[in-house]
Design a protein around this ligand. Structure first.
Ligand code: ATP
Length: 511
């Protein structure tokens, strides 16, 4: 996959009503997007898949919906006011701003790519007798690149952990990293930049209070820990899940819905006994990976990536990465956050936030394992994996979104063959029967072939065509999106055929 495919996906999202640039008629607002009539359905289905997998499938996980505005001291306690920074660097020629860490990460990824290409070339040359492991261990070009990569990586990880901005800049200089736009190495110093948006609350000039737009939903869960634990009579281990908007003033925001300034998170904080957090961390890693893989896009598209730099609150952290058109990228973070947040809120609020464990007969501040996934990044990963261009017999081609049926915005297209002879009325009758089970769309415009293409392009798994025979024997032609096969079935069988395949329940059962 390539950048080229990525561009096609972005324009497909616009053309078919999935994603629009925010404020488009005013030339847009950078890194803010709106979801259209198809996008919102897909997004809602993703959220439902996540929510149900958390709160339906786990007896000890409950949900909340906390406010975006919170007391400003929360962000002091969480460390965000002091430490929620990204290192930024400007190129003096292009006047473009970059994240210094991302420039180095991209450089490292390029070396990896070089190594992989070398291996691929050799695999072709040697055919069946190729021993990849041996080649990686002995080929001089591979070894040289790997040595270079490991050296830079080590320096980079140390610079991040020491918060050494000068060294970070030196790595960029030493690796001769150039600005992709100006092509020059004319870099400024690296500076820290806080990502939180702030605004004012209160109407009187002297009484206004500076408040932040939350940069993560997690803090809303922490500050409600006791409320939920007590009112829900929850016993540790248990989790609290939440879906909601988060805001970050991202430095570089050029990758469509991958990096937005306003986005949506699905987070679950799982509270455990101190000392048991790393076992739970492993359990949640596995559970979350199964959730991703159950979508059926292919296991090779996912991998874990452990963090080089642990956040100020974590004692273990990994990302679930997905193969986007622009490489493997983080979709979800899984973090063992220790008791950092709850202890810190105890300190700053002066209120005790502890749990009495009846089995241990003592009180403690629970430890936390968090799973945190961006709805929008998940949306993009699904669009990228589902987008296919297919050559058909007779020189034709089609664009089809091979979405998992349970996530598809529309489940069934209902198409009268012609706009007369009572066929439209019959088609509407079918929709009136089925609309209680799943989302149907009526379409009578253009040829049947064109209508199939339109449904393919939005990922509709089933279409039925209503023709003159339908009026006689109550049968329709059903057409399957992926195989394009067609067969004649009775109208009263449609609900059975389709409901099973599009049901969220059946998808959840495969996790
Ligand atoms: P990155 O390193 O890419 O900036 P992060 O490690 O800061 O991401 P987390 O703080 O772990 O991200 O947030 C959890 C999840 O929220 C991410 O895995 C991602 O899916 C989502 N997310 C974070 N920032 C954004 C953003 N600007 N736009 C869209 N989704 C985001």
């Amino acid at each position: 996959m390539s950048e080229d495919v990525f561009k096609k996906i972005v324009s497909h999202c616009k053309e078919y009503g999935f994603v629009f640039q925010s404020s488009e008629i005013y030339d847009g607002l950078s890194a803010v997007y709106d979801y259209g009539q198809m996008g919102v359905e897909l997004k809602n289905n993703i959220k439902k898949y996540w929510w149900d997998s958390m709160v339906l499938l786990h007896e000890n996980v409950v949900g909340i919906d906390s406010a975006i505005f919170m007391h400003p001291t929360i962000w002091k306690a969480s460390g965000h006011v002091d430490a929620f920074n990204d290192p930024l660097i400007d190129n003096k020629d292009s006047k473009k701003r970059y994240r210094a860490d991302v420039l180095v990460e991209d450089y490292l990824a390029k070396i990896d790519e070089k190594i992989d290409k070398e291996v691929e070339k050799a695999a072709k040359r040697f055919g069946d007798s190729f021993d990849e492991a041996m080649f990686r261990q002995t080929n001089p070009r591979v070894l040289e690149n790997k040595k270079k990569r490991d050296e830079v990586h080590e320096r980079f990880a140390k610079a991040l952990n020491d918060n050494n901005l000068e060294e970070l800049r030196q790595i960029i200089v030493d690796c001769e990293i150039v600005d992709p736009i100006s092509g020059t190495r004319n870099w400024t110093d690296v500076r820290q930049f806080n990502l939180m948006f702030s605004t004012e609350m209160g109407s009187t000039a002297d009484g206004a209070m500076k408040v932040y737009l939350r940069p993560e939903t997690a803090q809303g869960i922490f500050v409600n820990f006791l409320n939920v634990q007590k009112t829900g009579r929850m016993k540790i281990p248990f989790g609290i899940a939440q879906i909601g908007k988060a805001f970050r003033n991202e430095i570089v925001a050029r990758q469509f819905v991958f990096r937005m300034r306003e986005f949506e998170q699905m987070e679950m904080q799982f509270f455990v006994r101190p000392g048991e957090e790393l076992d739970w961390f492993e359990k949640w890693k596995e559970t979350r990976m199964r959730w991703h893989k159950a979508l059926g896009f292919g296991d090779h598209k996912y991998r874990f990536h452990d963090h080089d730099k642990l956040a100020h609150y974590a004692n273990a952290a990994t990302d679930v990465e997905f193969e986007m058109p622009f490489g493997f990228k983080e979709v979800e973070g899984i973090h063992s956050r220790t008791d950092f947040d709850l202890s810190s809120h105890e300190k700053f609020s002066g209120k005790k936030i502890q749990y009495f464990d009846p089995e241990l007969n003592k009180s403690y501040v629970p430890y936390v394992v968090e799973t945190s996934i961006g709805v929008d990044r998940m949306f993009l990963s699904i669009m990228s994996a589902a987008y296919c261009e297919e050559e058909l017999d007779g020189g034709e081609s089609r664009v089809v979104l091979k979405l998992p049926a349970a996530l598809a915005p529309i489940k069934l297209g209902v198409l009268p063959l012609v706009k007369k002879d009572g066929l439209p009325e019959k088609a509407r009758e079918i929709i009136d029967q089925l609309k209680f089970d799943f989302k149907c769309q009526y379409d009578e415009k253009d040829s049947i072939g064109k209508r199939y293409r339109r449904q393919d392009a939005i990922g509709t798994p089933y279409c039925v065509t209503v023709d003159h025979q339908t009026l006689e024997d109550n049968t329709v032609t059903i057409r399957y999106r992926d195989t394009m096969e067609q067969e004649r079935v009775a109208i009263d069988k449609l609900s059975d055929i389709i409901s099973d395949k599009v049901s969220m329940k059946n998808l959840l059962k495969t996790i």
